[in-house]
Design a protein around this ligand. Structure first.
Ligand SMILES: *Cc1c(COP(=O)(O)O)cnc(C)c1O
Length: 382
């Protein structure tokens, strides 16, 4: 096997630490570790195991296939599907004992049928009831039953012997913006649904609303469970929350590293990479690093002042990011050599580069940076 050209180091000790910190912050509410999209690019199986060791009691994924991978690896914890699965997938949901989110009457029907064995691959006659959580749309307007329509969906679940109402939840749209009063509006709409159900005599065992930002900034909304993704990975949900004390205790989980593959001196007036955008003002040692936008290094980082770390020092990119390689301007430093370690995200010596630093340069959010790390980058667990 060739030496690694570029790799993502995933610190599972940091996952355990962050999970236990978030579990403590949420207590007495429980912690659901959100591990959709390969655990935000960190690797869903290893992260799930570490999060459960750290104190998470639930996992959440976006799609059935992601839940299947966790079950295939022997993970027994409850797994919430964050959207209503298509009717054709309900058989798998029931067979894998995933907990579907439901918000339509059709979803109730499909889930009940799958449990009764009415759909190929379903759990079959005599199976215990399947836990489902009903989602209320309180203002994000992505998925969920309206506050007015949710009680009827809940009642339909309660009326089906094949199903068990395991929870009721909602999702915040602006919890990462602590000054925005709309989170309070969403809370009030959600509380009204909970109260209305109580009048019907229905008390969902798990009521939940908070993502990472809500967990950090809206403790009154913790209810019975919090669903944390980004904070579990040691990254602030927003720059507005980054300075909060609860965030400062989190440890970044991922670092993206590579090794210099080639170095040569390029003369003043020459420029580097596609477009030859920035002529060098003086002769410079240019280090080539075999990682590019196919690996998740945003193209725009090369035109917006992005840095990497080599030898514990910040060094600017010399030109455009290419698909498989970047070039780094090491100035008059003759000390950079092939084989030297390059840190793209993470710490080296006294310097560090965060996912938010990249995000700020290229006009996105840290979530997209992490999810963008490509499948060609192997994960090294520590
Ligand atoms: C992704 C997601 C989360 C986790 O959000 P973070 O901001 O990463 O904590 C929680 N709930 C739902 C419904 C989600 O889609």
């Amino acid at each position: 096997m060739a030496a690694r050209r570029a790799w993502a180091e995933v610190d599972l000790g940091a996952v355990r630490h962050n999970a236990s910190l978030l579990a403590e912050l949420a207590a007495p509410a429980g912690l659901c570790a959100v591990v959709k999209a390969e655990a935000y690019g960190h690797g869903s199986v290893a992260v799930s195991e570490a999060a459960l060791e750290g104190g998470a009691t639930w996992l959440a994924v976006a799609i059935v296939e992601e839940g299947a991978v966790l079950r295939d690896h022997g993970i027994e914890a409850p797994i919430l599907l964050l959207s209503e699965p298509p009717a054709t997938a309900m058989g798998d949901v029931a067979a894998l004992r995933l907990t579907p989110t439901i918000y339509t009457q059709g979803g109730v029907e499909a889930a009940a049928k799958a449990v009764a064995g009415g759909s190929a691959g379903g759990a079959g006659v005599g199976s215990p009831p399947l836990d489902v959580h009903v989602k209320v749309d309180t203002g994000m307007h992505r998925v969920g039953a309206s506050p007015e329509g949710a009680p009827a969906v809940v009642q339909a679940v309660v009326d089906r012997p094949e199903l068990n109402l395991g929870g009721l939840w909602t999702h915040f749209a602006v919890a990462d913006d602590p000054g925005n009063p709309f989170t309070d509006t969403q809370c009030a709409r959600f509380d009204a649904v909970v109260a209305r159900l109580a009048e019907q005599g229905v008390r969902p065992p798990l009521v939940h609303a908070c993502n990472s930002a809500g967990t950090i900034a809206h403790p009154v909304a913790h209810h019975d469970l919090v669903r944390c993704g980004i904070a579990l990975y040691g990254v602030a949900p927003s720059l507005a929350l980054a300075a909060m004390q609860q965030v400062e205790g989190l440890r970044p989980v991922l670092s993206l590293r590579a090794r210099v593959s080639y170095v040569r001196e390029v003369g003043a007036g020459e420029a580097v990479s596609y477009g030859l955008r920035r002529p060098l003002e003086r002769p410079s040692h240019i280090a080539t690093v075999p990682v590019g936008y196919a690996d998740g290094v945003p193209w725009r980082l090369g035109t917006s002042g992005g840095d990497v770390l080599i030898g514990g020092r910040r060094r600017p990119l010399a030109g455009a990011v290419t698909m498989d390689q970047i070039m780094v301007d090491c100035g008059d430093d003759e000390g950079v050599l092939p084989g030297d370690e390059v840190v793209l995200i993470g710490r080296q010596g006294a310097e560090h580069i965060t996912a938010w630093e990249w995000a700020t340069h290229v006009g996105t959010i840290a979530y997209e940076v992490l999810c963008g790390i490509g499948p060609r980058v192997p994960k090294v667990y520590g």
